[in-house]
Design a protein around this ligand. Structure first.
Ligand SMILES: O=C(O)c1ccccc1NCC(=O)[C@H](O)[C@H](O)COP(=O)(O)O
Length: 242
């Protein structure tokens, strides 16, 4: 596992626009313009990864698949695709973009047999998003209940899941810092790498997450802090490589 924290700037797409939500709630959007321009800006600033979310597909309010494919195709960097990937057709469309990996959420809770099958077929190309309130998982754009975090983690581990993207929904889009305790607990419960998501607000938060790489935190998704200009991506990259 690398010692340097990977940074994944986020581009969340709703109705063709780059947006940020608060607690992942539909209707709380702040718009930041063209998602392609945002993705290109993170790439130019030195990002090695892009975390690209189709929020309409996640919420079931349509999709931005053509735009997501266009953005992914325009990137020279690694892309993690998330949002609404729940069956063979949506997985095939996501993988056909040339993305590095996909992040499955709801499907891991509602169609576990299908997820076990695609983990076996695609290995490292599949991550599972564990989106929680307390230790209760949420699916369908974070609106439906999906069982216990640690039971699901044990099941996915036994099925060979390669990595997890862990989000404390209460922190997401709030600029209140990541839930370090949750991340430590998840790392203690699995030997798979963990990507931390939600709440990063400062360079000190990134220093704190860097301090968890030995425990298993491989990367951090950063959204609102970059759009709100709490720090630049270059500053963030310097901090994690120090
Ligand atoms: O990733 C999803 O599928 C998703 C579904 C529904 C609502 C939100 C979703 N993702 C949001 C993100 O991945 C955020 O970009 C990320 O947690 C960054 O959060 P923050 O740094 O707090 O803005």
């Amino acid at each position: 596992m690398p010692n340097t924290l990977e940074l994944l700037p986020a581009v969340d797409v709703r109705d063709g626009q780059a947006v940020r939500l608060v607690h992942g709630e539909s209707g709380t959007e702040t718009s930041y313009g063209s998602p392609l321009q945002a993705a290109l800006a993170w790439q130019s600033a030195g990002a090695q990864w892009l975390h690209l979310v189709d929020l309409d597909a996640a919420f079931g309010t349509g999709d931005n698949r053509a735009l997501v494919a266009e953005i992914t195709g325009a990137m020279d960097i690694k892309v993690e695709l998330s949002g609404g990937i729940r069956d063979d057709a949506t997985l095939a469309a996501a993988l056909a973009t040339g993305c590095t990996r996909v992040n499955l959420g709801t499907a891991a809770l509602e169609t576990p047999e299908w997820v076990a099958k695609v983990i076996a077929e695609h290995g490292e190309k599949i991550a599972v998003g564990l989106d929680v309130v307390g230790t209760t998982l949420k699916g369908r754009g974070w609106t439906s209940e999906g069982g216990d975090l640690y039971e699901t983690l044990a099941r996915l581990d036994s099925e060979g899941c390669a990595r997890y993207v862990v989000t404390d929904i209460g922190k997401d889009g709030t600029l209140t810092g990541p839930n370090l305790e949750l991340l430590r607990n998840v790392c203690a419960a699995t030997d798979r790498p963990v990507v931390a998501s939600g709440g990063v607000s400062s360079l000190d938060d990134l220093r704190a997450l860097s301090g968890l790489t030995a425990e298993g935190v491989e990367g951090a998704i950063v959204g609102k802090a970059l759009y709100a200009k709490a720090f630049t991506l270059q500053e963030a990259l310097e901090v994690v490589s120090a």
